[in-house]
Ligand binder design. Structure first.
Ligand code: LMR
Length: 400
């Protein structure tokens, strides 16, 4: 039967990873896949993760399955972390209204959520920003859901077209539709909503009966933990129902361990009980049982004062390094003709910015300078360092 299959192209990010790996130029600059790199270009294991692994090695006695919705400590400590704000803890009332499940990475969480939407409201459309992460549409539409797009990033001003976003959703989305928003560090643009815009959006979702689905893949890597969860917390405060797909790939650097959480804030506790049973049964159908190792490490780190403090320091270090790289690149680009890009690169959040380059310009940077970014002009700022920034800025300005 397999002779009838046709070859499939990898998506833009995976293809770029392969191309960059094959480039033998020792001075290549990899601004492709969203993986944090330190000053030496490495993606090392966090010290808190190593310490938790060591502890686990000494104490773990079984590799038997965790429950179908995963480790309770992981789910609860993650919910406290992302929804608890400065207090770091949510109320029992809110916890009781949440159905959650440990997932195979943020992508696994997005997919579990998409399947839940499909079960609850098969005719709902899921709206995503233009642009959005390359895998959002394939991941969510393969659950059988309809997808729509709303305007978001303006490639001229390099900011968010908030009024267009709201006007478009107001005109096109129907009550009961789902709107996927990036909780912070928008991928691929780095352009986030302001607190005032989040406030307005929360009221708009309630007024139009739209369900927010928050992708929280870069929590802690934008402006700070409290700042990065402002929008999510506002939605949970104002909207009766909210879905969240959180990832620990980047902020715990646990990429290949595949650690994610799907959480559904329901209107009441009875609905949450039903949603929990649904999430469990969907998980069972797709992967049966979630992987445990990475989630157990996160639970142990968040549950131990010393390990947690160590992790917070490392997260802060990653975030501050990226802010510093943004500042350096911005200064190097701040010449005649580069002012808008310079300002955007400095102010945007997280790993990514999308530069206003054409496909040809992005490809020229690849072929002539061994500088790897997606065809859309997305750069991962963590791939830069203070040694290559002058060359990077010069190359970008030369193709503009
Ligand atoms: C990215 O956007 O580069 C990351 O989220 C990695 C991926 O899987 O695409």
């Amino acid at each position: 039967m397999f002779e009838y299959l046709v070859p499939r192209q990898p998506d833009a990010i995976i293809a770029l990873m392969q191309q960059c790996k094959a480039d033998t130029n020792p001075d290549k600059i990899d601004l492709g896949v969203g993986v944090y790199k330190d000053d030496a270009g490495g993606t090392t294991i966090l010290r808190a993760v190593k310490a938790a692994e060591q502890q686990l090695w000494n104490t773990e006695t079984t590799k038997s399955y965790v429950g179908i919705r995963g480790n309770d400590d992981f789910r609860h400590s993650m919910l406290d972390l992302i929804l608890g704000g400065d207090a770091g803890k949510i109320s029992t009332d809110l916890m009781d209204r949440i159905a959650s499940a440990q997932a195979a990475g943020g992508s696994g969480a997005l997919r579990l959520g998409a399947e839940l939407i499909k079960s609850a409201a098969p005719d709902a459309t899921v709206w995503v920003s233009t642009p959005t992460w390359a895998n959002h549409i394939p991941l969510i539409s393969s659950a059988g859901l309809k997808m729509g797009k709303y305007p978001y990033y303006n490639r001229e001003t390099l900011g968010v077209d908030f009024e267009d976003m709201v006007a478009h959703l107001s005109a096109k989305a129907k009550a009961g539709d789902v709107v996927l928003v990036h909780g912070c560090c928008h991928n691929p643009s780095g352009a986030d909503l302001s607190p005032a815009q989040w406030d307005q959006l929360a009221d708009f979702f309630v007024e139009k009966d739209l369900l927010p689905y928050v992708d929280l893949a870069y929590f802690g890597l934008g402006r700070g933990m409290s700042e990065d969860s402002y929008g999510l917390r506002k939605l949970v405060e104002i909207c009766p129902e909210v879905m969240i797909a959180a990832s620990c790939s980047k902020n715990f650097a646990l990429y290949k361990e595949r650690v994610g959480l799907i959480a559904v804030v329901c209107q009441d506790t009875d609905t949450a009980v039903i949603a929990r049973s649904q999430l469990g049964s969907i998980q069972r159908k797709i992967i049966s049982m979630p992987p445990d190792h990475g989630a157990k490490l996160v639970a142990d780190i968040l549950g131990d004062q010393k390990l947690r403090a160590m992790w917070v320091d490392e997260l802060t270090e990653m975030r501050e390094r990226m802010r510093d790289l943004r500042k350096q690149l911005s200064e190097a680009l701040n010449v005649q003709g580069g002012e808008t890009i310079a300002a955007a690169v400095k102010d945007q959040n997280g790993m990514f910015s999308t530069l206003p380059l054409s496909v040809d310009q992005a490809r020229k940077l690849r072929s002539d300078f061994s500088i790897y970014m997606t065809d859309s002009g997305r750069i991962n700022i963590a791939g830069a360092n203070n040694r290559n920034i002058p060359r990077l800025a010069e190359a970008i300005l030369s193709v503009l």
